[in-house]
Ligand binder design. Structure first.
Ligand SMILES: [Zn+2]
Length: 104
């Protein structure tokens, strides 16, 4: 997908799965505010597939991983809407953010 300022959303080969609607909406906010508006591409590295903890929300349409690509965790948290069931974790060594939504 390409925007009018030339930025993209990329998916790593093999990324599959779906997100719950609240998570997908949060991801949309993050893509716009933290990536496209800043002239950065967004790279999805995992949704439901991959090796996650057995109890991971990744298997429940509740999590997405994406490359940091210059974004800061505070702007991602702000865009996601932390405190309403969303959480963002930064994995520095893997250079990704893990964002999850758990309505509890
Ligand atoms: Zn994750």
């Amino acid at each position: 997908m390409t925007t009018n300022n030339g930025t993209h959303v990329w998916k790593k080969d093999g990324v599959m799965g779906r997100m719950s609607r609240p998570l997908r909406k949060a991801w949309g906010r993050v893509v716009h505010k933290c990536y496209w508006d800043k002239g950065r591409d967004a790279f999805v590295t995992s949704i439901e597939e991959g090796n996650h903890d057995p109890g991971s929300l990744h298997y429940d349409r509740g999590a997405i991983d994406f490359k940091r690509n210059g974004a800061h965790i505070y702007e991602v948290k702000k865009a996601a809407g932390i405190g309403k069931g969303f959480d963002v974790i930064e994995y520095v060594k893997m250079d990704i953010f893990h964002m999850e939504y758990d309505p509890k």
